[in-house]
Design a protein around this ligand. Structure first.
Ligand SMILES: [Cu+2]
Length: 155
């Protein structure tokens, strides 16, 4: 077993190097460790340049707050909640998502999600794009680079 004594930022980098479908084992005495599965972006429909995406992001070893996401392939990524309001599904932009120690944030179709605008032409089904997550761990900034699979509707 590897013992880790790195800073939160270095631990985030280590987590970023893990394959997307293999959660990084939690081993930290100095800060939260992030791991993720099911990172995806939907291929835009037709000629539209907006779409949505998500992932399951788990934290162990401390609480974190997801404060943003960006990608070289996408102009703007917002974080949205989805909830019933007056009998209709309504999306609402939020600035942050809190993730408690030992919990996972699930961003997915039909639920909380990433909303993506000015989507680049490389966001095509079968491709993989990088998404950089920015987080705050008790005042300590963290980043995690996620490899997201681009999926077509119906995949
Ligand atoms: Cu949305």
């Amino acid at each position: 077993m590897t013992r880790l004594f790195a800073s939160a930022a270095l631990l985030a980098f280590a987590a970023a190097c893990a394959p997307s479908d293999a959660p990084t084992p939690a081993a930290s005495e100095s800060g939260p460790v992030l791991s993720y599965t099911d990172a995806f972006v939907m291929e835009p429909i037709g000629a539209r340049d907006m779409t949505m995406g998500g992932l399951t992001l788990r934290v162990d070893g401390g609480d974190v707050t997801l404060t943003g996401a960006s990608s070289p392939s996408i102009g703007t990524i917002e974080m949205h909640t989805m909830a019933m309001s007056d009998g209709r599904m309504q999306m609402r932009q939020v600035e942050t998502f809190d993730i408690a120690d030992g919990e996972a944030l699930e961003l997915k179709r039909g639920g909380n999600h990433f909303m993506m605008f000015d989507v680049g032409e490389d966001v095509v089904s079968g491709e993989t794009i990088d998404i950089t997550l920015t987080l705050d761990a008790d005042g300590e900034p963290m980043t995690l680079v996620v490899e997201a699979d681009v999926r077509a509707v119906g995949d």
